[in-house]
Write a protein that binds this ligand. Structure first.
Ligand code: PLP
Length: 402
């Protein structure tokens, strides 16, 4: 309840019922301190960064750089120069595809992605593969919703240039053994990008321990503002990568004959960034650290187990995926009921869930489904939310199975 009271939006009513927010994989709600940090920035700190010689600009620049250092420590990167701010996880992946991919992929090479990836970790690779004549190869998943390690081993070859894998599946909640998968990749020259959109803020992430070459995530899925994302990249890789976008702030010198570029991270942050968002993101990290990622993970795991117990006892209801390691995301279907109908009926009870393909159309195809209903937990959810949800599921059953 104390944690819930940190989130003003959780006091509102939807359709006359107290909001029960169970769509956290789409975006989490924001604690007061993040909202206040945004307001405070515009009220007392607003100035463009890295440009002005005046005090206000120096101040906002230093807050921006402090957030970079905080992010570095949060995921245990070696240097803050390995942290690039983007507008989201999607942009972070596009940056690697268009910069690293453009100079390293060639005809006959291969990029491996798993069948459970979000479109954000498929389409950017598909686009650069089309441009460079590289083959995009899917790694199969098992019926339980785990990456098929044997298939992965078989597909890894000297042709593999890059492997892009999600740390946690946004549709199934599977926690992938990314450390093990990265280790396997080390037998080749390929680099690995991990999509951490559903992992950071839910489980401990240490990019050095994982040995990830690139790691991408979004602030808005971890209690931070929208419009801010992070790309972590190993220093030696970022150093050889060309800029992704040209503009102000990413250069050393510009002339009509030749432009030289600033080192990372500035080389990849052309133009005025989301300064307010980045600065407020620091407050989200502080908030997560105060509660403790291990505590958050334990809490979300307990809620997931509880929800599994309830849904497994429901007739006509099937949980999708049965991985050994699972986060706070539960996808399910009900016989003869379209997931959109489940979502709509739950909405009339003030409950927000997601229903659809979850931006994972290839995964849905693999599972022979068009869509699922999905509950996803965050730190402020509690057993009462599950009780309200379970009662609403009974309403769905009353309507569809009278
Ligand atoms: N990857 C995964 C696994 C996701 O769940 C999402 C968003 O749902 C993304 C990438 C894209 O994140 P964003 O839309 O914040 O860029």
């Amino acid at each position: 309840e104390i944690i819930k009271s940190d989130f003003p939006i959780l006091d509102i009513c939807i359709r006359g019922k107290p909001l029960v927010y169970l769509d956290n994989a789409a975006t989490t709600q924001k604690p007061k301190r993040v909202i206040e940090a945004t307001t405070n920035y515009y009220e007392t700190q607003n100035a463009n960064i890295r440009r002005g010689l005046h005090e206000l600009s120096e101040f906002s620049s230093s807050l921006y750089d402090e957030t970079r250092k905080k992010t570095q420590k949060f995921i245990n990167a070696q240097s803050s120069n390995e942290i690039i701010f983007t507008k989201g996880c999607t942009e972070a992946i596009n940056l690697v595809a268009n910069s690293y991919g453009r100079i390293n992929f060639k005809h006959g090479d291969e990029v491996l992605v798993s069948e459970m990836e979000h479109h954000s970790n498929i389409v950017p690779w598909q686009m650069i593969c089309e441009q460079t004549g590289t083959k995009l190869t899917p790694i199969h998943i098992t019926d339980d919703g785990e990456i098929d390690i044997e298939d992965f081993k078989n597909k890894l070859s000297e042709k593999t240039r890059l492997v892009a894998l999600t740390h946690i599946s946004n549709a199934l909640g599977t926690i992938n053994p990314v450390h093990e998968l990265i280790e396997l990749t080390r037998k080749t020259d390929a680099v690995v990008l991990i999509d951490g959109a559903q992992a950071v803020g839910h489980i401990p992430v240490d990019v050095q321990e994982l040995d990830a070459d690139f790691y991408a995530f979004s602030a808005h899925k971890m209690y931070g503002p929208t419009g801010v994302g992070v790309l972590y990249g190993k220093k030696h890789l970022l150093e050889q990568m060309p800029p992704y976008q040209g503009g102000g702030d990413m250069i050393e010198t510009v002339s009509f004959e030749k432009t030289t570029y600033a080192p990372s991270p500035r080389r990849f942050e052309g133009g005025t960034p989301n300064i307010a968002g980045v600065i407020a993101f620091a407050s989200a990290i502080d908030y997560l650290e105060r509660i403790g990622i291990e505590n958050i993970h334990a809490h979300e795991t307990a809620l997931t187990q509880k929800l599994h117990e309830i849904l497994s006892e429901e007739k006509f209801t099937r949980i999708i995926g049965n991985p050994k390691l699972k986060s706070g995301i539960v996808s399910f279907v009900m016989e003869g009921v379209h997931p959109h109908d489940i979502g709509t009926i739950l909405d009339t009870e003030g409950i927000a869930i997601r229903a659809g393909h979850h931006c994972c159309m290839p995964l849905m195809k693999r599972l022979n489904l068009s869509s699922t209903a999905r509950v996803s937990f965050a730190i402020y959810n509690n057993e009462n939310d599950i009780t309200v949800f379970a009662n609403a599921i009974h309403k769905v059953k009353e309507i569809f199975y009278p």
